[in-house]
Design a protein around this ligand. Structure first.
Ligand SMILES: [Zn+2]
Length: 419
């Protein structure tokens, strides 16, 4: 068999189509998440190394202006301009109807960094003040501030990650220029994240929830952001090798790699010969079938062959099929834990390039599915982690190119130390 080919030119075309023409109608319901769609598009072209070649400086300045148009006067960013009723009509009584939200704020800041903006127009202190008001008593974050400052929505690890990421971008190493600005409660946030680790080592959306790779990524991302800014703090167990929480999480993440791709469902239904039709009507008997009968009724699971093991993507929960985005959520978490070498990169690459890479460019969610922005970007990032030629290297926490992260770290207030 020939080796899988990364279709770089087609991916460039795909992201350019998303940037410069209309998105398919299926995205209509995502209108209020435009900042997120913009992030995938701009970050995708950046990873492909073409953002600055395929757009003019006027176009990029236009994107920057649009992002600033999404900034809310009281700090933070909205997800689109549709709720903006103009700063002259905005009052303390009605501003809850046009709120900033935590995910859009994080993505807006990352887009600005990718586009080379110096964040000088970001309402830095207002945004950080707003952020600290969004933290709940249990350490987690809401999504928006409602009327009378009530924390609304959110509460799961996604908001913890974007909250910690926003703080990472805007506080900088030493919080220069932020004297007197209330910080979030880091210890409470860490404690909340630790409480979300489940019995099997994975991390769920909240305490006592089922382990899920997306939330696991958010937990490790949040902890990584906090860890990068903290000096002389006590070590975080989930980031410390040889601790129980760390090792059990690594084990859970690595076992998410699977050759169950969900592409042979019809075939196996025909083959196993134990379809629903063969089981008698429920009313016919209430007798418990014998153990032998039950064993006979178990589905036939063919042994793995060299061919069936050729492709191995990742799932996000036990007993699920592989999905392109989980090639990202799992490998990004392992990357932040410095354990990326434990996965089978060759088979993940084959899965992405031979099973979900689409003929028109981009990646679909699963085998044979049309491409979408989220899966296209995360497919690229997973390949970038594995050093795919033609892709820029990526910071797994900020989920943007190392170039964009270096730009953040070069901003004067980000590194400065005051002694
Ligand atoms: Zn997915």
């Amino acid at each position: 068999m020939t080796e899988a080919v990364f279709q770089k030119e087609r991916h460039i075309k795909y992201f350019l189509r998303c940037l410069k023409t209309f998105l398919p109608s299926l995205y209509t319901s995502n209108d209020s998440n435009r900042v997120l769609l913009a992030y995938f598009t701009v970050a995708g072209l950046d990873l492909l190394g073409e953002l600055y070649n395929k757009t003019t400086s006027e176009e990029r300045q236009g994107y920057v202006e649009w992002i600033y148009h999404c900034q809310v006067p009281s700090g933070g960013f909205r997800g689109f301009t549709g709720t903006d009723f103009g700063s002259e009509r905005r009052t303390p009584e009605n501003e809850a109807w046009d709120p900033a939200n935590i995910p859009s704020t994080f993505f807006a800041l990352v887009i600005l960094l990718i586009l080379g903006d110096d964040l000088s127009r970001v309402k830095r202190t207002e945004c950080l003040q707003w952020l600290s008001k969004m933290q709940r008593e249990n350490g987690s974050f809401g999504e928006v501030l409602g009327t009378e400052g009530k924390i609304e929505g959110g509460g799961d690890l996604r908001f913890c990650c974007f909250g910690a990421g926003t703080r990472y971008i805007l506080r900088g190493k030493c919080g220069d220029g932020l004297e007197g600005i209330m910080d979030i409660d880091v210890d409470k946030l860490v404690a909340f994240i630790e409480a979300c680790q489940a019995y099997d080592g994975g991390i769920g959306e909240g305490p006592f929830c089922e382990s899920h790779s997306g939330h696991t990524y958010c937990a490790i991302g949040a902890l990584t952001f906090l860890d990068r800014l903290s000096k002389n703090h006590k070590p975080i167990a989930l980031l410390s090798p040889k601790t129980g929480p760390f090792e059990s999480l690594v084990r859970w993440l690595v076992t998410r790699q699977t050759c169950e791709l969900g592409d042979d469902e019809e075939e196996s239904d025909e083959e196993d010969g134990h379809g629903v039709d063969e089981i008698g009507p429920l009313s016919a008997t209430v007798e418990e079938p014998s153990l032998d009968t039950k064993v006979d009724q178990l589905p036939v699971v063919p042994p793995e062959t060299e061919d069936s093991l050729r492709w191995a993507g990742f799932n996000g929960r036990c007993n699920k099929y592989a999905d392109t985005c989980y090639s990202f959520w799992n490998t990004a978490s392992l990357n932040m834990m410095n354990r990326l070498t434990l996965v089978d990169a060759t088979r993940n690459r084959r899965y992405l390039l031979e099973k979900t890479q689409h003929i028109v460019g981009g990646f679909g969610k699963g085998v044979g599915e049309p491409p979408d922005l989220l899966h296209s970007y995360f497919g690229l990032v997973s390949l970038a982690f594995q050093g795919e030629p033609g892709l820029e290297s990526v910071d797994p926490a900020l989920c943007a190119s190392q170039r964009a992260v270096r730009h953040l770290h070069s901003l004067p207030w980000w590194q400065e130390t005051k002694r």
